[in-house]
Ligand binder design. Structure first.
Ligand code: PLP
Length: 390
């Protein structure tokens, strides 16, 4: 029988989304042997045993049913205590905290809860690849505002103000930043706060890397004077607690916004995975020491790797957080795609071209240093050889 032809059912919005540029490089690298991958954005640690054990215990005890839509009450209480302890922001666990399927879902919910068709959402870039597509899927228009390597990718408030229109509803920021590792300074957060107040905007603050801040005390957007009422704070367990596969995150926001997010969540997801929530409970109660050890380990690797990149001729600012170095490759004359592709094919080192994170990422590559020191040393050797040949 002749195969039936049918129309394409994929929506125009989805068809119009670009596939993630990171995937393309993963696919290219996955078919090759002996590749050192500095491409992935995840910890190289296995989740601490205590967390795994708590989750196993919950299964042994038979806690296998749904939890409350917003998450286990005791987990929400722990999250509230954690936010108070760490960032000095207070949220009511009953109404202002939502446990989600990763920070990814929290970002999606935040956008879907606030965006009406045609609303504009400013995305500070270079940025995590999901923000812009999620704004589009929520029916909004993403407006990107660039930052520059010249000042270590700090917020550009003047450009940000210029991008604000009547339709602007929110600004998405991420600090410590993926891909640049930059931590926005308290002064800049303060300036952004005054801008948000002046133009009546929300800030969606993706703080998933907050635990991986290497210098000084972390300042949450929600802790800035007046911003608790204007911030949707997004965080989760993937990065700081090395729990990427558990798919557990959370959002904290003023009640009206959080309840709108919960409305979507209860229809679309019901609740986050129960056994993962028990693991997260243990992470918040007893995981601090392990987080500190992982943070110290990343800091050591950052110090080695960033100094080495600068030594071999890839200028790189010292990232204050996360586990990414974002060196400039501009002087090589190659585009970031060309650089990443040639480096992979010739020296088998996988990095991510900076342009996948937005136009201001062109001329840079993202290297994750969440790899063993031996692997980083070997990667530096190969990159040096590659640069000498260029
Ligand atoms: N936000 C940023 C900035 C990220 O880099 C990532 C993952 O790479 C996420 C959110 C998603 O985190 P989760 O695993 O909690 O969904």
């Amino acid at each position: 029988m002749k195969p039936q032809t049918r129309k394409t059912y994929v929506s125009e919005t989805v068809a119009g989304l670009k596939p993630s540029g990171i995937r393309r490089f993963f696919d290219l690298a996955s078919g090759m042997e002996g590749v050192i991958s500095l491409g992935v954005g995840e910890p190289d640690f296995v989740t601490s045993w205590g967390i795994r054990e708590a989750s196993i215990l919950s299964l042994e005890q038979g806690y296998t049913s749904y939890t409350a839509n917003a998450g286990l009450p005791e987990l929400r209480q722990e999250i509230a205590a954690y936010l108070r302890r760490k960032f000095r922001v207070c949220y009511r666990p009953e109404t202002e905290i939502l446990v989600t399927v990763g920070a990814s879902q929290a970002i999606d919910l935040a956008l879907r809860a606030i965006v009406d068709p045609g609303d504009e959402v400013i995305v500070v870039e270079p940025s995590f690849v999901a923000y812009e597509p999620l704004v589009v899927l929520a029916g909004g228009t993403p407006v990107s505002v660039r930052t520059s390597g010249a000042d270590g990718f700090q917020l550009n408030l003047a450009q940000l103000e210029q991008a604000i229109t009547e339709r602007t509803k929110a600004v998405v920021i991420c600090s410590p930043n993926n891909p640049t590792g930059t931590v926005f300074s308290p002064a800049e957060l303060e300036a952004l706060a005054r801008l948000a107040e002046a133009h009546d905007l929300l800030v969606i603050a993706d703080e998933i890397y907050a635990e991986l801040t290497y210098e000084g005390e972390y300042m949450s957007m929600a802790a800035v004077n007046g911003m608790r009422e204007r911030t949707i704070l997004i965080s989760g367990f993937s990065k700081g607690f090395a729990m990427t596969g558990w798919r557990l995150g959370f959002a904290a926001a003023p009640e009206d916004i959080l309840q709108a997010m919960l409305k979507i969540h209860q229809y679309a997801m019901m609740c986050a995975p129960t056994m993962a929530q028990y693991g997260a409970l243990e992470a918040l109660r007893n995981g601090e020491h392990d987080v500190e050890q992982m943070r110290n380990s990343y800091r050591r690797r950052r110090n080695y790797f960033v100094a080495s990149l600068n030594e071999i001729g890839l200028p790189c600012h010292v990232p204050g957080g996360a586990f990414y170095a974002f060196p400039s490759i501009r002087h090589t004359g190659l585009t970031s795609e060309q650089f990443a592709e040639q480096l992979l094919l010739e020296e088998k080192v996988a990095v991510v071209p900076g342009n996948v994170f937005g136009q201001s990422g062109e001329g840079y590559i993202r290297c994750s240093y969440a790899s063993s020191l031996e692997q980083l040393q070997e990667a530096v050797k190969r990159m040096k050889r590659f640069l000498e040949r260029l």
